[in-house]
Design a protein around this ligand. Structure first.
Ligand SMILES: [Zn+2]
Length: 467
């Protein structure tokens, strides 16, 4: 029955296909509600085994290099070599001069971090890393090579945008390479208590409180599992390092007014495919989502970070062939992986601001509009189109992004719950007013941007933002 249904929908037109997905989602949700209503007494029986089993991620440890750094510490004209994942190719053997001041003040390899809920506590501080100009190539499976890969990406960025960055005068940050982060939580069922232990794997994050960006180790979620992203570790993908650094830039720029009241609670925020990242050990399958300003803030954060990571261009910072990331997160790609438009229409906004967790079919078939990265990706896509229409240089794009972020502090944001749509409109549309100050926007370009967000504003109101 199911398979026939799927064979049939393959022949439908693309638009009808999305309608089918949407109808299916509503239908399945209804069935689940009915099912839960009819099986209240029994509904937890399989929960424990499912959670305990799925929550264990097994990290693949890296090795410390046995090569020792002998002499010269003069890195002024040294060239580091490493393989980065460029344009869909893993074995790129990139040689990049390492910039002296890397925006990073300490690098720790392999720290052990323990967390109960959101409080992170460092058990083992890991090994310090410092750049060694004597060693031009480290073995692939070493912490040092992983570190150098991130260093190389950031160095390229720092060199290219030296002037922009100098003006910002950002504080340096810490880099954690393949830290073992153990999340402990307890799941209770009737009289039995289950300790749930899991290591965070296959992701990256930025944390303002920790002043750090981290690249988690690769790992297997379950036995027989395959490594995600075709087995490419995230530290090898320059776009990921730049995305995390983009979070740092944004956070520093907005922190004047949009302080940390909300995000302090979120602790670690994974940057890639958050569904399936950490199994929610103590919660019901269909959680109530908390709808507050943090969603708006998170979406803008993700969009800004994706835009920063796109500034080096597709030759360097690309997600080619990295699963659903390519379609969903590349700003130059107009459609999501499942081929729907990157538009914030009413359905998308309703789903984003719904307090019920929506059923999600996975990124090949569906778009998870409840994910801040997806809403951020819609924003990033339309800002990118604006950049292209205005034919801005990478440096000008960076400048405009910074102006926009600084201007956010001046907007009359209302952080009380219930104002999410208003806040999204205010912040997203402010890109046009900021751009208008430096460049002249034609009505066509202005309307084109607004059409990306039909749930927020009508293109007829373009005169309000551009002359
Ligand atoms: Zn992110």
């Amino acid at each position: 029955m199911t398979s026939i249904f799927f064979i049939k929908i393959r022949f439908l037109k693309r638009d009808s296909f999305f309608v089918v997905i949407k109808v299916m989602k509503k239908f399945i949700l209804l069935n689940i509600v009915i099912l839960v209503a009819y099986s209240c007494g029994k509904k937890t029986t399989n929960k424990s085994s499912r959670y305990v089993k799925k929550s264990i991620g097994t990290p693949i440890p890296l090795k410390f290099s046995k090569q020792s750094c002998l002499g010269s510490l003069d890195i002024s004209d040294s060239i580091a070599k490493t393989d980065l994942y460029l344009q869909g190719d893993y074995s790129s053997n990139v040689s990049i001069p390492i910039n002296d001041k890397l925006m990073i003040n300490s690098i720790k390899m392999g720290n052990e971090i323990f967390s109960f809920r959101d409080d992170l506590e460092i058990k083992n501080s890991g090994k310090n890393y410092s750049y060694c100009p004597d060693i031009d190539f480290y073995q692939k499976d070493t912490y040092e090579d992983a570190t150098r890969s991130v260093e190389t990406a950031l160095s390229k960025f720092k060199t290219k945008f030296a002037d922009n960055l100098m003006e910002l005068n950002l504080p340096d940050i810490k880099l954690w390479v393949a830290p073992m982060i153990e999340i402990k939580s307890i799941y209770r069922e009737k009289n039995t208590k289950y300790d749930i232990r899991q290591f965070l794997i296959n992701n990256a994050f930025y944390s303002y409180e920790l002043g750090a960006m981290a690249f988690l180790p690769q790992g297997y979620q379950e036995d027989g599992d395959e490594l995600p992203f075709d087995g490419v570790p995230l530290w090898k993908i320059p776009m990921v390092a730049l995305h995390e650094y983009g979070h740092h830039i944004f956070e520093i720029l907005i922190k004047d007014k949009w302080d940390y009241v909300f995000s302090k609670k979120t602790g670690v925020n994974p940057c890639i495919d958050p569904r399936g990242f950490v199994e929610k050990a103590n919660k019901a399958v269909f959680d109530e989502r908390v709808i507050n300003f943090e969603l708006v803030r998170g979406a803008l954060h993700e969009g800004f970070a994706d835009l920063v990571s796109s500034l080096l261009g597709t030759d360097y910072a690309s997600l080619e062939n990295i699963g659903c990331m390519e379609g969903n997160r590349e700003v130059h790609v107009a459609r999501f992986t499942n081929w729907s438009d990157k538009t914030l229409d009413q359905d998308a906004l309703d789903e984003f601001l719904s307090d019920t967790e929506a059923f999600y079919f996975g990124c090949g078939l569906d778009v998870d509009y409840q994910d801040i990265h997806i809403i951020g990706a819609i924003f990033a896509r339309h800002v990118h189109v604006l950049f292209e229409e205005l034919a801005l240089t990478p440096e000008q794009r960076f400048e405009l992004l910074v102006d926009w972020a600084k201007n956010l502090n001046k907007l009359k944001i209302n952080t009380q719950s219930g104002n999410e749509k208003y806040n999204l409109k205010l912040t997203i549309m402010s890109m046009l007013t900021v751009a208008q100050k430096k460049f002249s926007l034609t009505d066509k370009v202005c309307k084109q941007y607004i059409r990306g967000f039909t749930a927020l504003e009508s293109a007829e109101n373009s005169h309000y933002y551009c002359q």
